[in-house]
Ligand binder design. Structure first.
Ligand code: GLV
Ligand code: GLV
Length: 320
């Protein structure tokens, strides 16, 4: 008998076909709407495998309902949406999709850094709204990227890939991480510094660490107050790492110069969110890994993790 699985969002056909070779599938058939909690609560009772997205909160009460559940496969590298400790306690495997999205997410991070510092979105609106009357010396002037100092919080795969890009712009690169990576420092020509030095001396600060109880509000009012007034903050990791109220105040008061934000504490972010009222914010709807190829690779990797777990192997990207 094929093991039963539930998939929480409509997936591309080739992925569904691959899963159907081995499993009996039920899938939430909508693309632009997450599965309602009541439905997930009902479906989880019947399956050995759950294929989910970062939009689903896989908490302890839900895991308790999954009495047959063996594995939860998250189609994301981040897995703060899952109570991993509760899963581990119940002997449920949890997997994620690292590696395949590294370069794509580093690309987007650098794009957001550039878009924010050179005011691309604002400038485009300016033109379309008919405000462009003449060329003038200080019109829409931004911050230089070439040769500036980049500070990276969280030197994982994506952080390293970002550092490589920055080197192409002759940037000086600082990083701060839980553990120092001496070999990477040598290969990439980057420097480990303490949190305060990174905050004080960087022109650009990118947040690329996982969201955990320890990194909640890692960038708050105190940190923002240390940053240069010309500094640009970029967050493509998770919303809760940066305190949004403190960020709003810092941007509003001119304590920092701009922010590029791909992730929010609450997603989808409401259009009346205070940060969206500021011209010096470039905001995106969590698209860090959103290239056609990378999203297909992530979807397939999540499928492979799930199949490995259900077929009695240790999944390649087990996180617990
Ligand atoms: C996306 O944010 C991911 O964690 O893969
Ligand atoms: C994620 O893949 C990271 O390690 O940065």
């Amino acid at each position: 008998m094929k093991p039963k699985i539930y998939i929480t969002r409509k997936l591309p056909d080739p992925i569904v076909t691959r899963l159907a070779e081995v499993c009996e599938i039920k899938m939430w058939e909508k693309e632009e709407e997450p599965v309602p909690r009541e439905i997930l609560e009902k479906e989880i009772q019947d399956v050995e495998g759950l294929y989910c997205l970062l939009t689903e909160r896989i908490d302890k009460p839900l895991l308790n309902m999954g009495t047959k559940l063996k594995i939860v496969s998250n189609m994301a590298v981040g897995y703060n949406n899952i109570d991993v400790a509760a899963a581990t306690e119940k002997g449920i495997m949890v997997t994620n999709t690292p590696g395949v999205l590294t370069e794509t997410t580093a690309d987007l991070t650098f794009a957001l850094l550039m878009a924010t510092s050179r005011r691309l979105v604002e400038a485009s609106h300016y033109l379309r709204e008919g405000k462009w009357k003449t060329w003038s010396p200080m019109q829409l002037t931004g911050q230089d990227i070439y040769g500036a100092t980049l500070g990276i919080f969280g030197l994982g795969r994506i952080g390293e890939a970002l550092a490589k890009r920055a080197k192409g712009f002759d940037m000086k690169v600082y990083y701060h991480n839980r553990s120092r990576k001496v070999e990477v420092e040598e290969v990439l020509g980057i420097k480990y510094v303490d949190k305060e030095k990174l905050l004080r001396e960087s022109d650009f600060i990118c947040v690329l660490m996982p969201f955990t109880p320890e990194t909640k509000n890692y960038i708050g009012a105190a940190e923002l107050s240390l940053m240069k007034q010309s500094a640009v903050l970029v967050n493509t990791a998770r919303g809760g790492i940066v305190d949004e109220e403190a960020l709003y105040d810092a941007l509003k008061n001119g304590d920092i110069w701009g922010a590029g934000i791909d992730v929010f504490e609450e997603e989808p972010v409401k259009t009346n969110h205070p940060l969206l009222s500021l011209p010096n914010v470039v905001a995106l709807p969590h698209i860090g890994s959103a290239s056609v190829n990378t999203r297909l690779k992530m979807a397939l990797l999540a499928a492979e993790n799930l199949l490995q777990g259900l077929q009695g192997e240790t999944p390649k990207h087990l996180v617990n």
